[in-house]
Design a protein around this ligand. Structure first.
Ligand code: KIV
Length: 290
């Protein structure tokens, strides 16, 4: 079932501004989407997939077809949570009509509930155009990874008065353009608090303090699957990377010591009488359940 086939509108699913904190996590694959579905309010098919899954240096190199492929896998496996797909770098910033055509592709081909776009006041006309077409848009302001060319440039925002004013202006422009929620990334607490108070739609923080209306993290960051670097704002809830490595090392050791496969993992020839009755070959038997 596609994400949007039987769901209420995204605003209803996320709840009203000032309600219970909104819970978001990223999902790029079907199994992760299935695991997350009952626990989060929304899943983001983030362009962070570029770095986390494809090992690229930035999020700028992922293309629309790849985002659509991941969006499809996630949307098919999310029956409750809102599914939001990131519009990748170069597919929406320059022209509202191109943005609309690409956002339509994402919605139609993935079955997602919404798209997300990074950008401040300069992107307001584009957000308004896409929303006017009936496509829900989530904004993304503050630290915008698509503008970062190297990992060393991920720096928190809002330290100066000028920068704080600009981020607040960006938030209000994107909200007025019709975004249903806005990701606020890497923004110092007082500014995140001010934006959240001033913004008529929910703010979703990532590295933007508890003042926001909701939170999102990259699933692979908070589960210890992505360890190349760890931003200050990530809390580790598991160490799955270490657990995976432990399992892989144990398997390698077993194979080298001929401890795996054991008798319980090995097919035995069928009894002769049964062979005669069915005329079936050994290989035609269904795999036994483990
Ligand atoms: O791509 C992504 O994962 C994101 C989050 C950091 C919000 O945009």
């Amino acid at each position: 079932m596609n994400a949007s086939s039987h769901k209420p509108p995204v605003t209803e699913l996320l709840g009203p501004k000032g309600g219970a904190p909104i819970v978001g996590l990223t999902a790029y694959t079907a199994p992760v989407a299935s695991l997350l579905d009952r626990h989060v309010d929304f899943m983001l098919v983030g362009d962070s997939v570029a770095m986390v899954i494809y090992g690229m240096d930035t999020t700028r190199t992922i293309d629309l077809d790849t985002m659509i492929r991941h969006g499809k896998a996630v949307a098919r496996n999310a029956s409750q949570a809102v599914v939001v797909v990131d519009m990748p770098f170069g597919t929406y910033e320059d022209d509202p009509e191109i943005a609309l055509a690409n956002a339509r592709r994402v919605m139609v081909e993935t079955g997602a509930d919404a798209v997300k776009m990074e950008g401040g006041a300069e992107l307001a006309a584009t957000v308004a155009r896409v929303v006017a077409d009936g496509i829900p848009v989530m904004g993304h302001i503050g630290l915008m990874p698509q503008q970062v060319r190297a990992t060393g440039q991920f720096k928190s925002k809002g330290h100066s008065e000028t920068e704080s004013r600009r981020i607040l202006k960006d938030a209000l422009a994107i909200a007025r353009a019709g975004a249903f929620a806005i990701v606020v990334e890497g923004v110092v607490e007082p500014v995140a608090r001010e934006i959240t108070a001033a913004c008529p739609v929910p703010t979703i923080g990532i590295g933007a303090s508890v003042a926001c209306d909701g939170q999102i993290l990259v699933t692979e960051d908070m589960t210890g699957m992505f360890t190349q670097f760890r931003p200050k704002f990530v809390k580790r809830y598991a160490d799955l990377g270490a657990e995976l490595e432990r399992a892989v090392a144990a398997y390698a050791e077993d194979v080298r010591a001929r401890r795996f496969p054991g008798p319980e993992h090995t097919f035995k020839p069928r009894k002769k009488a049964a062979d005669k009755a069915t005329g079936a070959k050994e290989d035609a038997r269904p795999y036994p359940k483990s």
